[in-house]
Design a protein around this ligand. Structure first.
Ligand code: SER
Length: 301
C-alpha cells in the first residue's frame, strides 16, 4: 500500500519529469502576507494570482506544489468522512504553456498509472455552458480520449443521473462525463469585481461504491450521498471579469488542485480520510491515552 509520503512524492516526480517539466514552487505561510482580503491561504493557487493574470513567473510557465490550506467555507461539512478545515492540496499550473486536453490526459495518467486508481471507478464533470460561455466540448473530447487509453468507451450524458445507482457497479459503465453549471463547474477565487479571474472547471470523481447518506433521490456524482468522491479539480482559468461580464483572456491558464487526504483515502482504499496514514497514528495514540475506541458515529454524515 502506498503511503501518503509516497503519493506526495509521486505527484511531484510526475509533474517535474519530461514531457511536463514543471518547477516546484515552495509552500507559503498559511497566513497571507500580502492579501488583506484573505484570512488564511485556502488553495494552492493563492500565491499565483499575479502570474495567472499575466505577469511572468520567475520559475517559468509550468509549476507545481504541495500547499497547506485552511478552509472554512464548507465548515458545516467538517466532521464527516472527507471534509477537513486544514489539509494539503497538491497543485499544478500552466501559465498558457499547454492545453486542457494535455492536462486531462496527464491527470488520468497520474491517477491511474502513478496513484494506482482503477479507471473503471473514475467519473468526470465538465462545464455545461451558460448564456455567456459555451459548454466545454474540448474537455468532453479530452475525457473520452483519456478513458479510451484504458480501454473504456466513455460517453457524455446530459442526464447527470446516468451513473451507477445503489447496487449497480461502475465496471463497464458507459456514461462517465456529466455537465454541471455555475455552482459546481465554475471556479473563481473571490467576488465578481473588475480584475477577478475565473473559468470553467472539470472535476474528477472516484466511485467509493457505497452510499453514506441515502437521500432517496437518484444519485449523481456531485450529490451528498457520499458514493462519489471529488478527488481533483482542473480550473481552466481563461476569463477575467471586466465591466459586468466575464471576458476571455489572452493567456489560457490551468489551475489544478486536489485534496491530498482524499487521494490518499482512495489509494489506501479507506472510506474515511481519518483512517489513512495521515491520521491513524494520532487516533491510535488518543485511543491508548483515553482508553476509548475510535469508531464512526453512524448518526453523522
Ligand atoms: N483553485 C482550484 C480549487 O481550489 C483548483 O486548484 O479547487
Amino acid at each position: 500500500m502506498k503511503t501518503s509520503d509516497e503519493i506526495r512524492n509521486e505527484f511531484l516526480k510526475f509533474w517535474t519529469s519530461s514531457p511536463r517539466n514543471a518547477k516546484i514552487i515552495p509552500n507559503v505561510s498559511l497566513v497571507p502576507n500580502n492579501d488583506p482580503t484573505l484570512l488564511f491561504v485556502n488553495s494552492g493557487m493563492f500565491p499565483l494570482v499575479p502570474y495567472l493574470a499575466g505577469q511572468p513567473h520567475p520559475l517559468g510557465k509550468r509549476l507545481c506544489n504541495v500547499q497547506r490550506c485552511l478552509r472554512t467555507n464548507d465548515i458545516e461539512d467538517v466532521g464527516d468522512y472527507n471534509h477537513l478545515t486544514f489539509f494539503e492540496m497538491i497543485g499544478n499550473w500552466s501559465l498558457g504553456a499547454f492545453s486542457k486536453t494535455e492536462q486531462i490526459l496527464w491527470k488520468m495518467e497520474l491517477y491511474v498509472e502513478k496513484f494506482g486508481l482503477d479507471p473503471q471507478r473514475i467519473f468526470a464533470s465538465v462545464w455545461g455552458g451558460d448564456d455567456n460561455i459555451p459548454r466545454d466540448d474540448e474537455a468532453i473530447d479530452a475525457w473520452i480520449k483519456a478513458f479510451k487509453k484504458y480501454g473504456i468507451e466513455a460517453k457524455f450524458s446530459e442526464d447527470i443521473t446516468n451513473v451507477p445507482q445503489q447496487g449497480e457497479s461502475s465496471q463497464n459503465w458507459q456514461f462517465r462525463i456529466f455537465p454541471y453549471g455555475k455552482k459546481d463547474n465554475w471556479w473563481q477565487r473571490g467576488p465578481e469585481v473588475n480584475g477577478e479571474l475565473g473559468g470553467p472547471c472539470s472535476e474528477i470523481f472516484y466511485d467509493m461504491q457505497t452510499v453514506l447518506n441515502d437521500t432517496g433521490e437518484k444519485l449523481h456524482i456531485n450529490d451528498d450521498s457520499g458514493r462519489y468522491l471529488e478527488i481533483g479539480n482542473s480550473v481552466f482559468m481563461e476569463y477575467r471579469f471586466e465591466d459586468g461580464k466575464w471576458k476571455p483572456m489572452e493567456q489560457k491558464n490551468i489551475d489544478y488542485g486536489g485534496g491530498l487526504d482524499r487521494i490518499v483515502a482512495t489509494v489506501q482504499n479507506k472510506r474515511s480520510v481519518y483512517e489513512t496514514d495521515l491520521f491513524i497514528d494520532y487516533i491510535n495514540a488518543i485511543e491508548n491515552i483515553s482508553g476509548h475506541k475510535y469508531d464512526h458515529n453512524e448518526e453523522q454524515k
